[in-house]
Design a protein around this ligand. Sequence first.
Ligand code: HPA
Length: 279
Amino acid sequence: MNEEWNRVDHIAAFLNERLGSAPDIVLVLGSGLRDGAFGLSDERSVSFSEIPDWPRSTVAGHNGVLKRGRMGDKEVLLQLGRVHLYEGYSEAEVVRPTRSVMQWGARYLIATNAAGGINEYLKPGGLMILEDHLNLTGRNPLIGQNDESRGARFPDMTETYSRRLRALLVEEATDLGVEFKMGVYAGLLGPSYETPAEVNMLRQMGADAVGMSTVLEVIAAKHMGADVAGISCISNMAASYNGPKLTHEDVQAAAGRASESLTRLVAAMVAKIEPSKVG
Ligand code: HPA
C-alpha cells in the first residue's frame, strides 16, 4: 500500500508541475459524456499517456485527458475518461486518479457516469442525482494496510453523497428546467450487462440505476475527506425480458444525448459551490 501511496504522491507532484496548483473541484466524465459545453477558460491539459503510472482506458469512447481551467470564478479539473475493474485493472489502479487529484489538493469530486435505468420513473436521456450507492463489485479500494494520515481505517459512509451538494443540484436543475430524479446507483463489476433476473434482484435490493463505475472512486474520495456528488445519465433501461438487446454503441450514443443537460446542470452547480470548503 505504501508503494501505491508513493505513486499517488508522484502523480500529485507531476500534476502540480504541469497544471499548476490544484483546483477545488474535480469533475469526472464517464463514457460517452461530452465536455464541449463546459467552455473552460485558461485551459491547460495533459493527456493520460503523459502522466506516470496513470491507468489508461482500453474502452472506445473514453478519451483520456485532464483539462484544468476556470469555469466562471471556479478552478476545476475535468477528468475525461476513467478505468474500470472489468478492464482488468485492480481496485488500487481504478482509484489511483481520484486519489492523486485529492492528494494534489482538490476538495470536491463530482462523479458522472452512464447508467441503465431500473426504476421505471427513469427514462433514457434523463438524469439521476445519486442519493446513495450499492457497491456490488465485491471489491473495496481500502482493503489492505491503512495509512491513517490519508484517511480512517473504517470511514463513515452515512452521507456518501453530500447532502449540501445534492440540495444544490436539485436547486439548479429545478431552476434550469432540467429533468431529473433522485436515486440509488448500483455499481457492478461488468462487463456483461445484467440479465433480466439480475435487474429484478437489483430492484428488490433498492437500486434505481445500474452501472460499472463510480462506487470505488467515491469510496476512495470519501476516505480522503472529499465532498462528493454523483450524477448518472440514464442511457438505456436496464435489461428486461421484453426489452431490446443492449449494445455498447447504442448505450454510448444515448449517453451522449443525455450529456447536454448534464453539462448545463454541472456548470450551474459549479458556479454555486463555495471554493475551498471541505464539507
Ligand atoms: N447496465 C450496466 N451498466 C450500464 C448500463 C446498463 O444497463 N447502461 C450504461 N451502463
